[in-house]
Design a protein around this ligand. Sequence first.
Ligand SMILES: [Zn+2]
Length: 277
Amino acid sequence: MNTPTTTRVPVIKIGLVLLLLSSLVSIACSRVPMTGRRQLDLIPTETVLSMSFQQYDEFLKSNEVSTDQEKAAMVRKVGGRIQKAVERYFNDQGMSHQLRDYQWEFNLIESEDVNAWAMPGGKVVVYTGLLPVAKTESGLAVVMGHEIAHAVAKHGDERMSQALLAQMGGMALSEALKTQPEKTKELWLTVYGVGAQVGVLLPYSRTQESEADHLGLIFMAIAGYDPNEAVDFWERMAAEKGGAAPPEFLSTHPSDKTRINNLKKLIPEAVKYYGKQ
Ligand SMILES: [Zn+2]
């Protein structure tokens, strides 16, 4: 009669441990929109957003915001349209809570770098050096769609989580900020693509790049920009490679041929969203 009782205890214990482990894993993970991939996510959203807003303000203070009203207005216009597309997509997917505390902002920075990035919370920067390559509103929509996709797919949070695990022994971000503020800040800037040079930037993974291309293409289509323009844009970008290699786009992305071929495969899906606005 006693035998079942004695064996039941460890079974319950194992069950409890498994339950605890699975809940920990689910707490530490989130899912990428559209692709459904599970990703490591150790950082509370409030912490990510408050750090993002603070770093963005600091960046704007220490860099030259463009006084070209016309170009700045174009960046805000394209950004605003992508923002609405993202909001609509997230709303349709029942995920709009993920964007609840966003404070969208689109700024043009005076710089020769062919660059743009987006931090969590909708904080976006485009460099004037990118505009000749973007050429048109649609070209700009390709880049901004791609960068905003990185942000809303929490790719930076994922890399920051991985970096905290690898470089700081899994320390919580709040703790890392308290004990090693400079190192944490540096890590943050490299993770979110704010670092100005190749090598400084901790690259997005191939998977993240493909996801950003995929999501970005859908977002630009919802925003009313022809997704076919993405192919022309990345071909222009590939031609830029001969010059000073800028961060994000040229250093870490899949080879141009692979990227353009992958994009071509995604265009029929994106076209379904185009013209529906
Ligand atoms: Zn990218």
